[in-house]
Write a protein that binds this ligand. Structure first.
Ligand code: SF4
Ligand code: SF4
Length: 443
């Protein structure tokens, strides 16, 4: 098999499929001693990465091998929950030299790169850092699969879990650019009269009012939830209510801080201090500087706070204001000893999340459906990644083939900007280019 190059990965438009959308070719152009496959998948109800490992083990391991070769890493580790013994047993005999499996506890958050690097490598990434600062490159399972194919297939397919109140919870293989409602229909449709679509997961997802929103390279899940579900209600809370109730009801117990994974890692983030700042004015003060290190895991809001307040949103409001003001937190204090002391014994079991968030009523996702979901119309977003949006590379009326580039990275200072090319996911005709989407139909 031909060796994959960093340029192949760039041309194939590979980006972090776990939700971040960071262009993978940039990561693989670096040097590191370890490549970590992130199969932690700690969001309740999601099973896409586990099912993908089961169905495409050889491809994922080939992607890991290519990643190790490209960054010069002698070591490759797959971080996966220890409870998935069947998948671990399937993988073990297939591991090449330098590869190993790191079994993880069934806890949240485990898939946050900072936590994964700590759990697997016992290296603490400093505040504001990235895994590369401690010698690691982290790739999602699906990203590794896409890397393994980069010399022959661009990213035109997406795997995602459809779960919650649907007839048949399932993991699907779909063309990039289909709608969320097509995915939900493929899972047998909603089983409730008032479906809400949560994209991404109950902890870090977002409510999507437009049920025909487009699946892109980073969409990992659609959860269907009723109006009166505790998670739906939490996501519907508006900021003025969050601030008003938080200011009145927070008793400064500091549980939110004591269980915050980034605080446990030694970063200077204290959500209880951000809550306290609500008392200074109605929107909180932007000078609670540590909020810039909040990873938005939502643990403090969904699990830690005994008063059901929303420290996560208070932190993110502060963080956005600080960023909008252009404020940086240079030379932030860092106390990795805290991770040594407390990280392990303060992990929050997934079972606790399931119980507290009313998720036990939903069935687990079944095995991956390997057949590609048929589609006669897709919308390819020109920005599906961190970086600059692509510029259209086609025009309305043009015939395109599956895999053809329809959006290219813009050139800045003589070089392609940070980003990733986007490609047609079906054969067809470009019917329109509008609002950052290339529409393709095959009638
Ligand atoms: S856990 Fe809740 S009540 Fe306690 S300090 Fe944090 S926000 Fe306030
Ligand atoms: S969301 Fe809450 S628990 Fe998670 S990193 Fe931010 S402050 Fe910490």
């Amino acid at each position: 098999m031909a060796k994959i190059t960093v340029e192949d990965v760039a041309q194939a438009g590979v980006v972090g499929a776990g939700g971040a959308g960071f262009p993978t070719h940039v990561k693989l152009a670096a040097k590191a001693d370890t490549v970590l496959i992130n199969a932690a998948e700690c969001e309740p109800l999601l099973h896409k990465d586990k099912e993908l490992l089961r169905a495409e083990a050889d491809g994922v391991l080939a992607g890991l091998a290519e990643g190790m070769r490209l960054v010069g890493a002698p070591r490759g580790v797959i971080g996966i929950k220890e409870k998935y013994t069947e998948v671990i047993d399937l993988l073990r005999p297939k591991l090449s030299r330098g590869m190993e499996i790191a079994p993880l506890r069934d806890a949240y958050p485990a898939g946050d790169e900072f936590i994964l690097v700590w759990d697997v490598l016992h290296r603490a990434i400093p505040p504001g850092g990235i895994p590369l600062h401690v010698g690691a490159v982290v790739m999602n399972v699906e990203t590794a699969l896409n890397v393994s194919r980069a010399d022959r297939q661009p990213v035109v397919e997406k795997y995602l879990s459809v779960a919650g109140a649907v007839a048949q919870p399932v993991t699907l293989r779909v063309p990039v650019g289909v709608t969320l409602s097509e995915c939900v229909a493929a899972a047998g449709g909603p089983t409730i009269p008032d479906p809400n679509y949560l994209v991404g997961g109950v902890m870090m997802g977002r409510l999507e009012e437009n049920h025909d929103a487009l699946v892109d390279k980073t969409t990992g899940a659609v959860l269907v939830l009723p109006d009166d579900h505790v998670v739906t209600r939490r996501y519907r809370q508006d900021w003025s209510g969050i601030a008003r109730i938080g200011r009145a009801a927070c008793d400064q117990c500091s549980f939110c801080t004591e269980l915050c994974p980034r605080w446990l890692l030694g970063h200077p983030i204290e959500p209880h201090a951000a809550m306290r700042s609500l008392g200074f004015n109605l929107v909180g003060e932007a000078n609670v500087r540590g909020t810039v290190f909040c990873c938005e895991c939502n643990l403090c809001t969904m699990v830690s706070c005994p008063e059901d307040l929303d420290p996560k949103n208070v932190c993110t409001q502060n963080k956005r204001r600080l960023m909008a003001d252009g404020q940086r937190y240079e030379n932030a204090p860092f106390n990795p000893q805290r991770a040594e002391l407390h990280m392990e014994n303060r992990k929050q079991p997934t079972a606790r999340l399931m119980q507290k968030l009313g998720l036990r009523q939903f069935r687990n996702v079944g095995p991956l459906v390997k057949d590609l979901l048929p589609a006669s119309k897709v919308g390819i977003r020109l920005k599906q990644h961190i970086g600059a949006p692509c510029e259209p590379a086609v025009s309305p009326g043009e015939t395109v083939r599956r895999g053809q580039v329809v959006g290219r990275r813009p050139v800045q200072n003589g070089k392609p900007a940070l980003g990733a090319e986007v490609h047609a996911s079906i054969d067809g005709t470009v019917t329109a280019i509008a609002d950052g989407v290339v529409w393709i139909e095959n009638k």
